[in-house]
Structures are given as structure tokens and as C-alpha cells.
Design a protein. Structure first.
Length: 278
């Protein structure tokens, strides 16, 4: 059946979906002028494109971190794209911010739960990213989602939304805001693998010990000394790679742990979350 489409019909679909004019016209034609069916046509096209581009690297994008009004909860999300041309687009950034706001308000437990949250109307966040794929023609996805609860949560967004950090503090107070933010900036700069020694994954520890032994062996050290040398190198790894034991980048006379205690003898970090592009 031949359907007569007006320029207004096509424009309305474009305004609703962000898809290109020719794509909107084709979708309306396929849907025989039915607006809702045309949206579904575009979404299915986006799903097919998502599958087709699944093996593409989506290393660009934006990272958004935020906390609630009383600073007891925080979230950080990454909306990824294939190119920085897309990620610098104002609409793309606004979509990422809206997803972050939904994440903070609903506080879902997992990334999959977040994708099932309502974006607007009957459209879920997962549907919305599929729509963006159809409209933009790139692999677009909510690639990361982390959340954190603590007596006080501070956040930091690094280098124009290239990374986001959440820091949980064990005490509340305006006087701890700067310390929390400093700790978050430390995470962004130094990329610790864990909060403290006892939170480093056992496989990471085993790998570091093996590396230490191999380095000592390559230096010609006696076999009987390798274990001891490797354990010494492991302690160096803890100082370099666990947040509380790292040297504070803003004041080398402190570790992060001692810096926090200089603000309050009982102040420490309960946890952190770090999401980066790439």
C-alpha cells in the first residue's frame, strides 16, 4: 500500500528519535505511516546495528559521577561511543547525565538492572542506547556502572569526563569534604588497584610475587633468596598500588592514610569506585 508522507511526519519522527531524515522517511514508509511502528522499525534497525558492531571498540564516551543531596550515596556511569566526535556532542553528554540521574534516583544493584530502568515514557535506558545506535550509526552503550554508600560520599570527575571517582568516608562533616575530594583526585591520578593490602586480589598478589622472583633471578640472585626478595617487592607494590598506603600526590610527606588522620584521628576511607574511558 502506498503511503503519502508529509515533511512534518518525517520531522516529528526525527525530533522524537534523533535518527536521520532519510532513515525516518524509510521507517515511516515501512510502517505505512504508523508513528509508533516507525519508532519500532528504527529500534530494530539499531538492535541489528548493535549486533553488527558488537566487536567494535567503543573507547570514547563520557563518564559521569554524582552524589545525592545528603552525600550518603553516589554513582558513576560510562556512556561509551566509538569516536570523540560523538562523545563531545551536547545531546550525547545530556543523555549520559540523564542516565546518571536515573541511576542515582533508582540506585539499581547492577548494570543490567540500570539498563532496565525507565528513561522516559515506555522507553528503558537499554532501549534508548539502541535508539542512539540507530540514530548515530556507532556502537553506543552504558558500558560501566558503579555505586557506593557510606556515611559521606565525595566524587571527582577527571579531565572533561574522561574518568569519574567515588570515595566513601567513615565520618560525616563539611570539614571532611576537601579530604574526600583530595582522595578522589588521588585515585584518578594514581589508579590504585585496591583500598588496602587485605583487599588486593589473591591472583594479583601471586602474580606480583612471581614477577618479583623472576626479576631477582634475572639479576643473578641466589635461589634461596628469591622468596624474600619477592616479598620485599610485594611491599613496594602495596605502597604504590593500594590507596591508603600510597604517597599523597599533593604532599609527599603523607600517605593517604596519614593525610586523612591529620584531618581527624579516626577518619578513613571505606571504599572507592573508579571508572575510566578506554
Amino acid at each position: 500500500m502506498s503511503v503519502t508522507l508529509s515533511a512534518t511526519d518525517v520531522k516529528n519522527l526525527r525530533d522524537a528519535t534523533g535518527a536521520g531524515m532519510m532513515d525516518c522517511k524509510a521507517a515511516l514508509t515501512e510502517a505505512e505511516g504508523d508513528f509508533e511502528k516507525a519508532i519500532e522499525v528504527l529500534r530494530k534497525r539499531g538492535q541489528k546495528l548493535s549486533i553488527k558492531r558488537a566487536d567494535r571498540d567503543a573507547k570514547e564516551g563520557v563518564v559521569i559521577a554524582m552524589v545525592n543531596a545528603d552525600k550518603t550515596k553516589g554513582i558513576v556511569i560510562k556512556l561509551s561511543s566509538e569516536t570523540d566526535f560523538v562523545s563531545k556532542n551536547e545531546d550525547f553528554i545530556n543523555n549520559a547525565k540523564k542516565i546518571a540521574e536515573i541511576a542515582l534516583n533508582t540506585f539499581p544493584a547492577t548494570l543490567e538492572d540500570l539498563k532496565n530502568q525507565t528513561f522516559e515514557g515506555n522507553v528503558t535506558i537499554g532501549d534508548k542506547t539502541t535508539d542512539l545506535v540507530a540514530a548515530i550509526g556507532e556502537k553506543i552503550e552504558v558500558a560501566n556502572y558503579e555505586r557506593l554508600e557510606a556515611p559521606q560520599v565525595e566524587f571527582y570527575i577527571h579531565m572533561g569526563n574522561k574518568a569519574g571517582v567515588l570515595i566513601g568516608l567513615n565520618k560525616r562533616g563539611e570539614e571532611f569534604t576537601e579530604a574526600g575530594r583530595d582522595a578522589a583526585m588521588q585515585v584518578a591520578a594514581m589508579k590504585p588497584v585496591a583500598l588496602d593490602k587485605d583487599q588486593v586480589d589473591a591472583t594479583v598478589i601471586a602474580k606480583e610475587i612471581e614477577i618479583g622472583k623472576e626479576q631477582a633471578r634475572a639479576e643473578g640472585k641466589p635461589e634461596a633468596m628469591l622468596e624474600k626478595i619477592a616479598m620485599g617487592k610485594l611491599e613496594r607494590f602495596y605502597k604504590d598500588s593500594t590507596l591508603l598506603n600510597q604517597q599523597f600526590v599533593k604532599d609527599g610527606s603523607h600517605t593517604i592514610s596519614s593525610y586523612l588522620k591529620s584531618k581527624d584521628k579516626d577518619l578513613t576511607i571505606t571504599g572507592f569506585k573508579h571508572v575510566m574511558l578506554g
